[in-house]
Design a protein around this ligand. Structure first.
Ligand code: LMR
Length: 372
């Protein structure tokens, strides 16, 4: 089986950092990978150089690299589509300032997905405003199940883990089940107190609410602010938006979602189409929740107890997403009514893809297996 992976905005900084992770087996294990690199005509020259470099890496699983300016070529029967291309945020801009420019781009991406992608394709949206771009794409791609889309809040998830680990003087990997709720924006709610825990030396899971009991002020003020504004801080320091960390988070999100799944009891943050009104959040927006992944699918973990403080934070980020949704629907001329839940039966998958059994961290078998 060859996994066909399309990447828009492939010549950008995130693309450059992401491509080796896609081609080396970091994401897809030992499965063969074909890369379709989508770019605007002005960037094709530099992409040609990147293709040379990919060949020069001699990645054993990389079967082909196709450069194209046509989304219909890039997305044709693609198994995985990663949408990084769009106008990037510059100093002084908020992510939602990009709605005008990027909604149009994501409307055309969604239409192209609708036209040529496999109905089993999995789509990860990275470009900002990521949640609303994802909503636009899935609205336009009405034949693809809404469950096949997500937007990247794994970057914020990793940022939250990094901040907590530094504060507690432990390894980032020992911090589990932090949650990013809502929008990948300054209104997101990075929450470590509702379900987060730390795995200490003897393997015991200690709730972060306990470990931070004397530091609650920090966990409910500066910590939240720093994670919410980390993208801006990186832009201010680098003069460019995050690329290495965004690429790593993209790769890790895909790997958990489509390949390894999450370990029992563990959650990651993913912005997904809210068709169920999870946690009382308005239906019809793409909202980041704690998710478990298995068999190549995400499942929102329900049942976390939310304090009044948390509930209030969820309301703030929900209100921003509702506003963004209305703006985007106006731009593309669609109705803000919730997109119907869409599922597809395995027997009707046009691509010949079906889900394999649950993969574990160690076996790295991909949850997309070909019947062809
Ligand atoms: C980030 O969070 O680093 C990216 O979304 C880039 C940005 O504009 O903040």
């Amino acid at each position: 089986m060859v996994i066909r992976v399309a990447l828009s905005g492939a010549a950008g900084n995130i693309g450059y950092a992401l491509l080796p992770l896609l081609a080396s087996g970091y994401v897809f294990g030992s499965n063969a990978v074909e890369l379709r690199l989508l770019e605007i005509p002005q960037a094709v020259g530099s992409l040609t150089g990147t293709k040379m470099e990919l060949m020069d890496c001699s990645f054993p699983c990389l079967t082909d690299v196709i450069i194209t300016t046509d989304p219909l070529v890039a997305f044709n029967n693609a198994d995985v589509i990663i949408l990084v291309g769009g106008m990037p945020r510059r100093k002084g801009m908020a992510r939602k300032d990009l709605i005008q420019a990027n909604t149009k781009i994501f409307s055309s991406m969604g239409k192209a997905i609708e036209e040529v992608a496999s109905s089993n394709v999995k789509v990860l949206v990275v470009a900002n405003p990521a949640n609303t771009n994802c909503l636009v794409a899935l609205t336009e791609a009405s034949k693809i199940p809404t469950k096949n889309f997500c937007a990247l809040t794994y970057l914020d998830h990793q940022r939250a883990k990094g901040q907590i680990a530094t504060r507690l003087g432990v390894s980032a990997n020992s911090i589990k089940n932090v949650t990013i709720w809502g929008n990948h924006s300054e209104t997101q709610y990075p929450d470590v107190l509702s379900g987060g825990y730390c795995v200490v030396k003897d393997g015991t899971k200690v709730p972060l609410s306990e470990m931070l009991a004397n530091d609650i002020d920090w966990a409910t003020t500066d910590f939240i602010y720093d994670v919410q504004n980390r993208g801006k801080a990186v832009i201010e320091a680098r003069g460019l938006s995050s690329a290495m960390s965004a690429a790593q988070a993209t790769a890790d999100c895909l790997r958990k979602w489509l390949v390894t799944g999450t370990k029992t009891g563990e959650t990651v943050s993913m912005a997904v189409y809210n068709d169920q009104g999870y946690y009382g959040v308005k239906e019809g927006i793409v909202f980041s929740f704690p998710c478990e992944c298995r068999n190549g699918e995400w499942f929102v973990k329900e049942g976390l107890q939310l304090s009044d403080f948390s509930r209030n934070k969820l309301n703030i980020t929900e209100a921003e997403l509702v506003e963004e949704m209305a703006a985007a629907h106006e731009l593309i001329g669609t109705s803000p009514a919730p997109v119907k839940i869409r599922t597809v039966s395995m027997s009707t998958c046009s691509s010949g893809l079906s889900l394999a059994t649950t993969a574990t961290e160690s076996d790295m078998s991909v949850c997309l297996t070909s019947r062809m």
